[in-house]
Every structure is written in C-alpha cells, then in structure tokens.
Design a protein around this ligand. Structure first.
Ligand SMILES: [Zn+2]
Length: 217
C-alpha cells in the first residue's frame, strides 16, 4: 500500500491548491508559504445575508484564492475540493453557536453540471461534511439558469433575476431542520440568500451559510 502511495506521488506529485508548487508530502494540500500568506478573513469573521442566520468563510476572494477557485470551477481541477473542505469545516467548527442538523449546497442546474462534469459546490459540501464527520445531502435543485448578462445591475435587479431558480427537492428533510448551506464563493450573497429563502419557505428552522471565499464588504 505504501509503495502504491509512493508511486502515485511520483507520477502525480501533490501540488499546493493555491500556488501550484509541488509539495513534499500530500498533507493538507497547502504549501507553508500560502499557509502564511493567504488572505484569511480572521477569527470570528462572519457576514450577514438575507434569510441566513450568518455566513462564514475562511478566505477572501482575491489573489491566489481567486486564481485557485477559477481553476476549480472552469478548468476541471475538482481535486482542489480536498484542500478547500477542511478549511471551510474548520471555520464552521470555530463557531460553537452554529448548530445544524443537515448539510447541503447551492446546486448547479443539471445542464451546467453535465457540461462541467461535476457540481463544484456539491464536491466541496461533501468534503466539508466528511471533515465534520457528517453527510451532505441534496436538498435543493436549480430548475432554471439565470441569463449570463443578468449578473450586472442593482441588488434588486439581481434578486429579481434569480428568484424562482431554486426549488426544494426534499421538503420532508427541510421542515424543522437547521441547515448548513455550502457554496464555493459568496460575493453579493444574492444566490445564497435566494436558496435560504426557499429553504425557510419550506419550513427550515434556520440556515447558516459557509463558503471557501467571500468578497470584502
Ligand atoms: Zn502554495
């Protein structure tokens, strides 16, 4: 088994999830340099978003974090979820007041998922759940894609565009539950708020958001 792992590392050397440098050992998937230099949000950092109890994220969406997430989303480097997940789980675990019964994610539409080959928020949620010794479950589905040009505009316009895009898949698992909602990035918070609104309408008791990275407010 060790020989196989050694050969695997020789063929596919583990690389830092943020700068791409080859690592001496697989470990956390983050090199010492990035560990010191990443734009961390800091202890106790949380932000507000409509319909969510709170949103937590370990990193700001800039520099090496932004480049890494672009590789994760658009270049098929799905293995990066293994390095991201423990960072998000660590952030969530750092707030003992954040109680939740179920873990889910902000889903892609089926059409997008087919095209990309994977749902990046789902992969992240699964690693977050594993790190917390829990399981992630599909509670939401995206029934309609927002037209690409509608990303711009006022917050009200963005919210109107995204309204009706998500639907609860498992109302029986949502009613009365406190839900941890995972996504890779939170920028305006409009998407996460819309998902939380739909979950609250279906009777969720509370929704907490968790992402790898967020924009500075
Ligand atoms: Zn690095």
């Amino acid at each position: 088994m060790r020989a196989v792992a050694w050969l695997w590392d020789l063929l596919f050397p583990p690389k830092c999830a943020f700068c791409g440098r080859v690592l001496e050992e697989s470990g956390t998937g983050i090199c010492p340099g990035c560990r010191d230099a990443l734009p961390v949000t800091g202890d106790g950092y949380r932000r507000k978003a409509d319909f969510l109890q709170t949103v937590v994220a370990p990193l700001y969406y800039e520099g090496a974090v932004r480049r890494s997430l672009l590789r994760y989303k658009f270049q098929g480097v799905s293995s990066l979820a293994e390095a991201y997940g423990p960072l998000v789980a660590g952030k969530v675990a750092g707030f003992p007041d954040l109680a939740f019964d179920r873990i889910t994610w902000v889903p892609l539409s089926r059409r997008r998922e087919r095209r990309r080959g994977y749902d990046q928020a789902r992969l992240l949620a699964e690693v977050v759940a594993r790190s917390l010794e829990r399981e992630a479950e599909p509670l939401l589905e995206k029934v309609r894609d927002v037209p690409p040009q509608s990303g711009a505009g006022s917050p009200e316009k963005r919210r109107a565009n995204i309204s009706g895009c998500y639907r609860v898949r498992r109302p029986d698992r949502v009613a009365g539950a406190r839900i941890l909602l995972v996504d890779d990035i939170v920028t305006t918070g409009a998407t996460m708020s819309e998902c939380a609104r739909v979950l609250m309408l279906a009777g969720a008791e509370a929704v907490v958001g968790a992402a790898l990275a967020c924009g500075r407010e």
